[in-house]
Design a binder for this molecule. Structure first.
Ligand code: GUN
Ligand code: FE
Length: 398
């Protein structure tokens, strides 16, 4: 019996709303009423006692208002700022090796299989359904090097109603698993084909990490991101062995961060996963360029990579969201990342009692508004605010 109205209000909800704002990590609005237009955007939120006036003004029928039961509440959809859709098949297993050995032993052989579109369709449908069930309404995905399978992931996310940034992985170096890599020109051309063909959800330029990419490929991807204005995602300073390797591979760069900066890959639309071992100097460069970090605590512990000092990231005013980093992380749930983020911050407090552990309110903020700001193109060092439409993403089950 729901009707569309002239004002375009599609759905109206009433109940308690729990959300984050710029000023409050967690705000509870008891008995509020919220309207959503046909495109899914929130058009009003007001106290419940105003519902009759709102119905008149906005042209909806109070009988169509969807009420919550006692003990229930609405909250914004959660944002997973870093997840490998292609690694879903072995989530929760194969966590006995550190990063570089883990990639060669488990990850690259599995990712090679996504040439097979039937396999890709099966896994990608499962991962999108699973993350939606867990409340992830926006996800920033790594797929694999395969363009057609990556296109398919975007289509599946769009069909199932998830907002997504999807990355076709780019890598032209892979000494240990040589069957899983691209030629330089192939990686460039396929990235362009994929960017141009992308139907609905957004493509994100995705150099896997500095270890897997030649300087020429990084340059080419920086140029594609610049000329197309696209988002960028990669990994940075996850594990100490990786940091050392990057120093050797890029002797002309001052730091790991400098590698991405010099190749045009550190912008206000960049999301870098992990960052456990970034120095203060590097965090300053992140801040200056408006790049964000995806905090992936589950993966950081499982792969024995390191522990991100979130307080220090906050001190440097670097944009920060949460990531599950499946399958380095063993859970596809951002709520699980919330728990792990609190746990790991308490581990740091055990070691450094002067560090205040993260509160659940702060981590709720990271899981929602923090993640959406992390994926929005604004630069805190320039005093810009994130665009309004990034601030609320309502979960629609269909
Ligand atoms: N660094 C480069 N590739 C990967 C990956 O697939 N997972 C994680 N956790 N780190 C990476
Ligand atoms: Fe990752």
């Amino acid at each position: 019996g729901r009707h569309d109205t002239a004002a375009g209000i599609a759905r109206v909800y009433r109940g308690s709303f729990v959300h984050s704002t710029r000023d409050a990590a967690l705000e509870i609005l008891n008995d509020f009423v919220l309207g959503v237009d046909k495109s899914g955007k929130i058009t009003f939120i007001e106290e419940g006692k105003n519902v009759d006036r709102l119905a008149q003004e906005q042209g909806f029928n109070t009988a169509d208002v969807e009420n919550l039961g006692p003990g229930e509440f609405f909250m914004p959809g959660m944002v997973d700022t870093h997840i490998h859709a292609s690694q879903y098949t072995y989530m929760g297993t194969a966590l006995d090796l550190p990063l570089l050995q883990w990639l060669n032993t488990y990850t690259f052989p599995v990712e090679s299989r996504y040439r097979d579109l039937k396999f890709a369709r099966d896994v990608y449908t499962k991962v999108v359904k699973r993350t939606l069930r867990n409340g992830t309404t926006t996800a920033c995905y790594f797929a694999t090097i395969h363009t057609d399978a990556s296109l398919l992931l975007g289509q599946i996310a769009d069909d199932l109603g998830q907002r997504a940034l999807v990355g076709k992985v780019c890598m032209d170096i892979n000494p240990m698993v040589p069957q899983y890599k691209e030629l330089l020109d192939e990686s460039k051309d396929e990235t362009l084909r994929w960017v141009l063909q992308y139907p609905r959800v957004k493509p994100v330029v995705t150099p896997r990490f500095a270890v897997s990419c030649s300087s020429s490929l990084l340059d080419a991807l920086g140029e594609i991101a610049r000329s197309s204005g696209l988002h960028i995602q990669s990994h940075i300073s996850e594990n100490k062995e990786e940091v050392e390797l990057v120093k050797q591979l890029f002797p002309d760069c001052l730091s790991y961060t400098d590698v991405y900066l010099k190749h045009g890959l550190l912008t206000d639309k960049t999301v870098m996963a992990h960052g456990c071992h970034l120095t203060d100097e590097e965090l300053k460069i992140f801040h200056k360029n408006g790049a964000s970090i995806s905090h992936c605590p589950s993966s950081n512990i499982s792969l024995m990579s390191g522990i991100l000092n979130v307080r220090n990231v906050q001190k440097h005013k670097v944009k920060l969201g949460l990531g599950t980093d499946v399958a380095g992380g063993y859970s596809a749930s951002i709520l699980d990342a919330v728990r792990r983020a609190i746990d790991t911050s308490k581990v740091l407090t055990i070691e450094h009692p002067q560090l205040r552990p993260l509160t659940f309110e702060e981590v709720f903020w990271l899981a929602t508004l923090g993640g959406s700001e992390g994926m929005a193109s604004y630069n805190p060092s320039e005093g810009n605010l994130p665009p309004n439409h990034f601030r609320y993403v309502l979960f629609h089950s269909s």
